[in-house]
Design a protein around this ligand. Structure first.
Ligand SMILES: NC(=O)c1ccc[n+]([C@@H]2O[C@H](COP(=O)([O-])OP(=O)(O)OC[C@H]3O[C@@H](n4cnc5c(N)ncnc54)[C@H](O)[C@@H]3O)[C@@H](O)[C@H]2O)c1
Ligand SMILES: [Zn+2]
Length: 365
């Protein structure tokens, strides 16, 4: 088993990674929570059908007193209304401050249930058991919780770190290939920003192969988690350093917004964003052309992406309106070599427009 520590000030916690870990989940939690026996698992129905029994039987073996709650599946249910409904169900189940809430699902479940746990009775313990690759390498680590408003994504949220994160790479076997690839882009991002070996591992493997090779998959997940854990430990509340995790996200977010969150999965929009950011880095002589080409090829190597239809001008307008844009200045995370990035705010707008327009000419699905 791989163990990665997230060193946050109030209560550091571990991320445990192993194929088949779900079967041991009860044991791991027993060690952590001692005689606190009550827990509530919150999940979505497709996941409960596929993996619920494995988790339930491991909790039963470890003598937990537990219940399952379901929330509706999909980003459109990542809303305060869902939090409220779940909180009411918790009360009806007799949930008190000593109860542990387990978020069992992808990033949507993790974010919603994380928020729920931080609010319920002013805060109860949460355990993250992420089941998509994106949630395993990104969303479940770092303590950011949140829900969407009509006005935009993740606009209401808290910081509430989990007590532990349990990652079973076996559950990815049932993940649809497109969702798997979407997570792989975030891992590739980790490689570009801080781990050249991780980059090379993804660059040299085909997603199908990476997915079937348990050892390679375990390594990719572990290395990505390590990188995120390291960055989060150094910058708990996203004041500075953590911004490097936004590589590919400046343009990526704008592409998602422009298409009403329907055309791209988040990881796919980030993939395009990484391509554009890499071109900007090359155009401003920050990275050599060979490395830039390698990054772009590695992104395309993961698989087909839905094509970009939006114009550069429109995307620029949306970037200016993004909540992460402070005082109208657009920040970019740009690679300077594979494994290193820098943050800059001095990219001329005409270059940004050109980089996005160039995406429209790139091959897409
Ligand atoms: N908190 C953070 O730091 C952070 C970071 C990145 C993303 N996020 C959030 O994460 C969300 C996206 O998460 P996601 O990509 O995991 O999407 P998701 O949670 O919607 O999951 C995608 C789909 O896969 C299904 N699924 C999950 N696990 C499965 C499995 N093992 N087998 C088969 N199907 C499975 C789900 O039911 C769902 O239909 C977004 O809301 C985003 O804002 C949060
Ligand atoms: Zn992301």
């Amino acid at each position: 088993m791989q163990k990665v520590t997230v060193n946050v000030s109030r209560q550091p916690y571990q991320v445990l990674i192993e194929a088949g870990l779900l079967r041991q989940a009860g044991n791991s939690l027993r060690k952590l929570f001692g005689d606190r026996r009550h827990c509530v698992v919150v999940t979505v129905s497709p996941l409960r059908r596929r993996w619920g029994r494995v988790l339930a039987s491991s909790l039963k073996t470890a003598k937990f007193d537990f219940a399952f709650l379901e929330m509706p599946d999909g980003e459109r249910h990542k809303r305060l209304a869902t939090v409220e409904r779940l909180a009411e169900q918790l009360v009806r189940l007799g949930t008190d401050r000593k109860t542990t809430i387990i978020a069992f699902g992808g990033g949507v479940v993790g974010d919603t249930v994380g928020l729920l746990a931080s609010l319920y009775m002013r805060g109860v313990d949460v355990v993250q058991i992420p089941t998509t690759l994106l949630a395993q390498v990104d969303a479940a680590i770092g303590g950011k919780t949140g829900v969407d408003l009509k006005e935009g994504k993740n606009l209401v949220g808290t910081f509430h770190h989990p007590r532990v994160v349990l990652i079973d790479t076996d559950v990815l076997s049932t993940l649809p290939p497109r969702e798997f690839r979407a997570g792989l882009y975030e891992s590739l991002k980790c490689g570009v920003i801080g781990n050249a070996k991780l980059f090379e591992e993804i660059e040299s493997g085909k997603p199908v192969m990476l997915r079937r090779n348990a050892k390679s998959l375990g390594n990719i997940v572990t290395q990505s988690v390590k990188l995120k854990a390291q960055i989060v430990s150094a910058d708990e509340r996203e004041d500075g350093l953590r911004r490097v995790l936004n590589f590919g996200h400046t343009i990526g977010h704008a592409l998602e917004t422009e298409s009403g969150y329907r055309r791209f999965l988040h990881g796919e929009a980030v993939a395009w964003g990484m391509i554009a950011a890499t071109r900007l880095a090359a155009a401003t002589n920050r990275i050599d052309l060979f490395s830039a080409r390698r990054i772009i090829n590695a992104v395309h190597g993961i698989g087909p992406l839905p094509s970009v239809t939006a114009s550069g001008k429109k995307i620029l307008r949306l970037m200016r309106a993004d909540k992460k844009t402070t005082d109208g200045v657009i920040h970019f995370v740009l690679p300077t070599k594979i494994g290193r990035v820098e943050i800059t705010n001095d990219i001329p707008e005409e270059l940004i427009v050109a980089a996005v327009d160039e995406l429209r000419e790139s091959p897409g699905k």
